[in-house]
Design a protein around this ligand. Structure first.
Ligand code: G4P
Length: 284
């Protein structure tokens, strides 16, 4: 889904989340496990204030497991509850319900102590486009129910989806914008495919990816492209990868555009293994 985020859209998206906030006990903030910082909305703290939140690192199947574990610890140290899931795996999603129950247990215990009847936990999902909101709603509901519009902030009647006895979820997720002002964040979101159809130059993106891999995952680079670093003259690296993978134009010359596309495709399709692009140590 491509969304052009204009100020009007952002205001509407914010309003929609604020409205729905009144209906729920907990917000599920969906983030991309490959980008636990870069895939977060910059204003979510402002928007949801003190509302109880569960951070869900989705697409954990595509992320570096060691980093994911460290990120969970990192968030816990900051006082957030966090779980890592793969929304395509319905069984693993039980972790979400369990975590929500754990997070809200003190509140529910207090209600019970006052003799009040407890009910199912009510939750809503928020996150940037393409992070897996509809997939998660549909998998939790065990049928296709998620409602998404191409434009954020469209108001429609909402429905509660009964996930299990203990959890009800709003069928419309809150779609929020990513941190697109920061160029490096833009690269990370684009190179992983977390945002699509960017106006970014494919060569810049591929070179960013290569340099990131050389710094953080040199072994993967060696396995896939038989190099451990990116040459100072990047064209040498392109010639090497082009020859290795036989990416040639009609005249037999290396086709550099195709080399860029190949690198990005390899990263997005996990041919370089599971990768995380936000490293915990850069945020500590
Ligand atoms: P959204 O509502 O937040 O915009 O995201 P959506 O559910 O549409 O998911 C975006 C893409 O991410 C989908 O791929 C979906 O299958 C994939 N996805 C969601 N959760 C996970 C996960 O936990 N692991 C993996 N590996 N993929 C996940 P798609 O339909 O193929 O679209 P696309 O990849 O062509 O964009």
């Amino acid at each position: 889904m491509t969304i052009q985020w204009f100020p009007g859209h952002m205001a509407k998206a914010r309003r929609q989340v604020t409205e729905n906030l009144k209906l729920v006990d907990i917000v599920f903030e969906l983030i991309d496990a490959r980008l636990p910082m870069s895939s977060r909305n910059p204003m979510l703290d402002d928007i949801i204030h003190q509302k109880t939140r569960l951070l869900i690192l989705n697409k954990a199947d595509m992320a570096d497991e060691t980093q994911t574990k460290r990120w969970i610890e990192y968030f816990k140290e900051k006082g957030h509850h966090a779980v890592a899931v793969n929304s395509l795996d319905s069984k693993g999603l039980k972790r979400v319900t369990k975590a929500a129950e754990e997070v809200l247990k003190p509140k529910w215990d207090r209600m019970r102590a006052k003799g009040l009847k407890t009910r199912a936990i009510r939750a809503m999902i928020v996150g940037i486009p393409n992070v897996g909101k509809s997939t998660m709603i549909n998998r939790l509901a065990k049928k296709n129910v998620a409602r998404t519009g191409n434009t954020p902030g469209i108001t429609r009647s909402q429905q509660w989806i009964k996930v299990e006895k203990e959890l009800e979820l709003l069928d419309t997720p809150g779609i929020l914008w990513p941190k697109f002002e920061d160029q490096e964040v833009g690269y990370k979101l684009a190179v992983t495919g977390a945002i699509k159809d960017t106006i970014m130059n494919m060569d810049d993106l591929a070179i960013y990816g290569l340099n990131f891999l050389a710094k953080h995952y040199p072994k993967r680079l060696e396995e896939r492209y038989k190099i451990t670093e990116v040459a100072e003259e990047v064209v040498e690296t392109y010639n090497h990868i082009g020859k290795l993978r036989n990416v040639k134009a009609a005249g037999g010359e290396i086709d550099y555009d195709q080399v860029s596309e190949l690198i990005i495709r390899d990263i997005r399709n996990e041919y370089l293994g599971t990768l995380t692009f936000d490293f915990v140590e850069d945020y500590e």
